[in-house]
Design a protein around this ligand. Structure first.
Ligand SMILES: C[S@@+](CC[C@H](N)C(=O)[O-])C[C@H]1O[C@@H](n2cnc3c(N)ncnc32)[C@H](O)[C@@H]1O
Length: 216
């Protein structure tokens, strides 16, 4: 049972089996493909993924950029990623345990990233508006943010009803929040649809969007 925002214990418990779920691998691959198509990562870029988990997305992006900071609040998810870094020999990823939503824990102050992305993590962060402002400050002019998450859902996507999460995002509202953070939306597309039996026992479709926005 999880009853608070940012729940490293839940993800610590799930880490070892995380990659065994075929839908997780499939959505991560779709997200990575869509980010690459929409943002054209290149070898001059310093990239950041927040909520990287076991690195399903970042292992596809890392070979395309100069450096990649992969951050998460779950040490066990990061341990799985560390093992992938070790066995793949990809040296451009620096994985670290930090909570970007908590200014006091934020080790990224003073850093700058031309590309910031995430997959299925924004809905785990309480104050979306404040958080997007923080991300915007990490982008230089011309920097791009790419966020993949659920469209507004019926509240049944997560199995634990006490887990504090946003039940997806309304596209117009998220666009307004990105604009307020000083970013201009450049694309908003559906990139994947989860078909899953939700906790009410019904089979339902949960679309996933990728929004990209640039800092002028
Ligand atoms: C649904 S999982 C997605 C993991 C990965 N992006 C993927 O697609 O497989 C959400 C991840 O976000 C992490 N997370 C939650 N809140 C966070 C925060 N405030 N800062 C950094 N990571 C966070 C969790 O530990 C978890 O690994």
């Amino acid at each position: 049972m999880v009853d608070n925002w940012n729940s490293p214990d839940k993800f610590n418990r799930e880490a070892a089996q995380w990659d065994e779920n075929p839908q997780r691998r499939a959505v991560a691959h779709s997200v990575a493909k869509a980010i690459i198509a929409a943002t054209n990562p290149n070898k001059t870029m310093h990239a950041l993924e927040f909520g990287c988990g076991t690195g399903l997305v970042s292992m596809e992006i890392a070979p395309l950029v100069k450096s990649l900071a992969a951050i998460d609040t779950s040490r066990e998810m990061l341990a799985v990623l560390q093992e992938k870094i070790r066995s793949s020999g990809i040296e451009s990823i620096e994985a670290s345990c930090t909570n970007l939503a908590s200014p006091s824990e934020n080790v990224l102050n003073e850093k700058s990233f031309e590309l910031i992305y995430s997959s299925m993590t924004l809905h785990h962060i309480d104050e979306t508006s404040e958080f997007l402002n923080r991300l915007s400050k990490l982008l230089p002019s011309g920097g791009i943010i790419a966020l993949a998450d659920l469209d507004v859902e019926d509240g049944l996507f997560h199995d634990d009803q006490l887990e504090k999460v946003h039940h997806g995002f309304d596209r117009a509202e998220l666009t307004a929040l990105l604009n307020a953070a000083g970013l201009q939306v450049t694309s908003f597309e559906t990139i994947y649809t989860f078909n899953k039996t939700n906790r009410a026992g019904a089979t339902a479709a949960y679309p996933v969007f990728l929004v990209t926005a640039a800092k002028p």
